[in-house]
Design a protein around this ligand. Structure first.
Ligand code: ZN
Length: 427
């Protein structure tokens, strides 16, 4: 990219000064912060058909114009970037990830956001385990200088044995300034105590009173139904114990609540039972730590991935995939999520796996892209600024070498990532 961009600039200078005979036009001075990406296929994230030979104009980090070459005026003072033959898609939005470094410092949070960004994940909702440092990082991102993933944070996961106890914790989350409330309604395959409806109803009511939305971790269909009836705002994992039924579909449809499948979370439970193929994937190896590969190939770790619970999650992944297809067909908005961040769930790389699994479940590549861009943004209520390549939004996008509509695995052909029009370093 550096070479071709230089060549384009050079070309402009030659054109500006080299037209012999005519009175020489004054050289056009490039306006800082004004860029035109020219010649790519543009998939804008809305689900509309791609524009071939498109132009994307960015000014001060936001999209000024986008469309077919003959429909968009390229400002003469824009830096032109030749992206002929490439495909541009919006930056990926992960509606359920985690930024949970240890130690939890602002620097470490930013380092994980840089990793997400290098893989093209340009916005992350960290759903639980976040501290004030995460909010400090979040509060610095509304700037055209940004070149790491954007972050939104849930704070500590709200728990409680009684409504009073849980309500106190919701209030603490709200007082602290977090973006969303997260609860877990799960017994971990019968091994722990599940939050009761009485408690989660109180939590949801309080969250709403405090102006916060609520994301619910769950596993069972019965809990999904109960949580929706209580007013939950995001189903943060797949229903995995049973096929979704008409009651759930109706509740989702009537409430407009989105469904976040996190299929790669299931994969992470069992995939290390033997050395996973992706340990040899150049796209993974781009940013992999050899120590991780060694640790997750160790016999003891492999043994853990053969545990009964891991094997249950492995079997239930097939149910999760069927449920995703059923809900997508029913028109329920899907928000891409992965639950990356915890051990052996690779931030950035796994999001591409999630896209592939969505397609394996029966979604089209376009549906998987929409779920990872504009629908994820709408589901998380950040669509004013993010999620699609439309005028006025932040210029967060990926340049791919191959068309992901032909094969979703082509998201691995990631060449460059831009956040607010800034090239993410180290891609
Ligand atoms: Zn999670």
């Amino acid at each position: 990219m550096h070479v071709s961009r230089f060549a384009v600039l050079l070309g402009l200078v030659v054109m500006a000064v080299g037209c012999g005979g005519e009175p020489e036009a004054p050289p056009v001075e490039i306006t800082p912060g004004l860029q035109a990406f020219v010649g790519a296929r543009i998939i804008d994230g809305t689900g509309d058909a791609p524009v071939e030979d498109g132009v994307l104009v960015v000014r001060d980090g936001r999209i000024e114009a986008v469309g077919a070459r003959d429909a968009v005026d390229i400002p003469p003072d824009a830096e032109q970037i030749d992206v002929t033959g490439r495909t541009i898609i919006p930056g990926l939005i992960n509606a359920h990830g985690h930024v949970n470094p240890s130690p939890y410092t602002e620097e470490q949070v930013e380092s994980q956001l840089a990793l997400y960004a290098r893989y093209g994940v340009t916005t992350v909702f960290s759903l639980g385990g976040d501290g004030p440092e995460g909010m400090a990082v979040r509060d610095r991102q509304d700037t055209p200088d940004l070149d790491r993933a954007r972050l939104f944070v849930a704070g500590p996961v709200v728990t409680g044995d009684t409504p009073e106890e849980a309500v106190e914790r919701v209030n603490a989350v709200a007082d602290s300034g977090f973006d969303i409330v997260k609860i877990r309604v799960d017994d971990n395959l019968g091994t722990s105590t599940k939050m009761t409806p009485e408690v989660y109803q109180a939590v949801i009511e309080t969250a709403h009173q405090r102006g916060l939305r609520l994301a619910a971790h769950l596993y069972y269909l019965e809990d999904a139904t109960g949580l929706l009836e209580a007013g939950a705002d995001l189903i943060a994992h797949s229903v995995r114990d049973a096929e979704v039924d008409d009651e759930l579909i109706t509740l989702l449809r009537d409430s407009g609540v989105c469904y976040c499948p996190t299929l790669m979370r299931e994969v992470s439970t069992f995939v290390y039972e033997s050395r996973p193929d992706f340990f040899d994937d150049p796209f993974f190896l781009r940013d992999a730590d050899p120590a991780d590969i060694e640790a997750f190939s160790a016999p003891a770790f492999q043994e853990r991935s053969r545990s009964r619970s891991a094997q249950t999650y492995k079997a239930q992944l097939e149910v999760a995939k069927r449920n995703l297809k059923t809900l997508s067909d029913a028109g329920i908005p899907i928000a891409m999520g992965t639950d990356t961040g915890p051990t052996a769930r690779f931030q950035g790389y796994f999001e591409h796996g999630e896209l592939a699994l969505m397609v394996e479940a029966g979604l089209t590549p376009m549906q998987a892209i929409v779920a990872s861009t504009s629908d994820a943004a709408r589901c998380m209520e950040v669509d004013t600024d993010l999620g699609s390549l439309e005028t006025g939004k932040w210029a967060d996008f990926l340049v791919l070498g191959a068309n992901p509509l032909d094969d979703i695995a082509n998201t691995h052909s990631l060449e460059t990532v831009y956040i607010a029009g800034n090239q993410v370093p180290g891609v």
